[in-house]
Design a binder for this molecule. Structure first.
Ligand code: NAD
Length: 263
């Protein structure tokens, strides 16, 4: 008999935390057993799922769960990973905009527990990554590649983690080091576009959940590969799929492509 995964949700008052709790309702392969928010979060002490009251006690919550799902912010993600490491708990990490210290904390957790880290949990975007990589490999650097991302006005990090994944997939398809060809801002007298450059542009406004387009500009023709998210439910469903998948896996850092069997 398959075991029901016991899940702790971080940030239940957030846009994604709420979506994860909603997506868990009706699932038979997992159960939300705890919800942990920052000490001054709205709704602390309230019931956020059947029988689950939001608390600020992450260590106690970890003791009651098999895996935690984290869509918060880089600083919170780092502290949570350090706490989870002591308890060897699995994790699903959706937070974006992380720096070297946060990545190191995740790598340390991955040494003792299985974790899935993805800047985008949707099936569509993970499929798009493979398509973009193939396009970049076939077209080569003579086709100018640009990624444009649009998100709601509340998004804190830029470019989006998904845009960076797409841009890195283009670099991988061309077999070049992304950091040597990336261009995240343009302003002033920038000169002609260098061959092989990969540009990423950010648009912010309104309530847009997430849109990404990879452009490949050839001479007299152009390819655009676009993904549009119209509900956070797609990320939440993917994160829960990852949570159910990761429990019982050997320690290590996995991505969503592994969860979906796309590698
Ligand atoms: P949000 O601001 O609506 O929610 C963040 C939540 O984190 C809030 O509930 C906040 O109280 C909580 N939080 C902050 N500090 C905390 C702490 N120390 N302990 C516990 N909880 C804490 O943000 P959002 O729109 O839900 O996005 C959250 C993150 O998820 C962002 O980094 C965003 O880019 C990312 N995101 C990822 C995906 C994906 O598929 N990977 C999809 C959407 C958003």
């Amino acid at each position: 008999m398959t075991r029901i995964a016991r899940v702790c949700v971080l940030g239940p008052s957030g846009r994604m935390g709420r979506a994860v709790i909603d997506a868990a309702a009706g699932r038979t392969d997992l159960r939300i057993v705890a919800a942990v928010d920052r000490a001054d979060a709205p709704g602390l002490g309230a019931e956020v799922a059947a029988g689950v009251v939001a608390s600020a006690e992450f260590a106690a919550a970890l003791d009651a769960c098999d895996v935690y799902v984290d869509f918060t912010n880089p600083a919170a993600t780092r502290v949570a990973a350090e706490t989870a490491r002591d308890r060897q708990r699995g994790a699903v990490i959706g937070t974006t905009g992380m720096g070297a210290a946060e990545e190191a904390a995740l790598d340390a957790l991955a040494k003792v527990a299985p974790i899935v880290v993805a800047a985008n949990f949707s099936l569509g975007v993970n499929l798009l990554l493979g398509m973009v990589r193939t396009a970049a490999r076939v077209l080569g650097p003579d086709w100018d590649a640009e990624v444009v991302e649009t998100h709601h006005r509340g998004k804190r990090d830029a470019p989006s983690g998904t845009a960076l994944m797409i841009a890195k997939a283009i670099a991988a398809g061309r077999e070049v080091d992304y950091d040597t060809v990336k261009r995240h801002t343009r302003d002033g007298d920038i000169g002609a576009r260098p061959r092989g450059e990969i540009g990423v542009q950010t648009v912010r406004g309104g309530d847009v959940i997430g849109e990404h387009t990879a452009y490949f500009f050839g001479s007299a023709e152009r390819i655009e590969i676009t993904h549009r998210a119209s509900s956070r439910a797609i990320f939440a469903a993917g994160a829960l799929r990852a949570a159910a998948w990761v429990v019982g896996k050997p320690p290590g850092r996995y991505d969503m492509q592994a969860v979906l069997g796309l590698h």
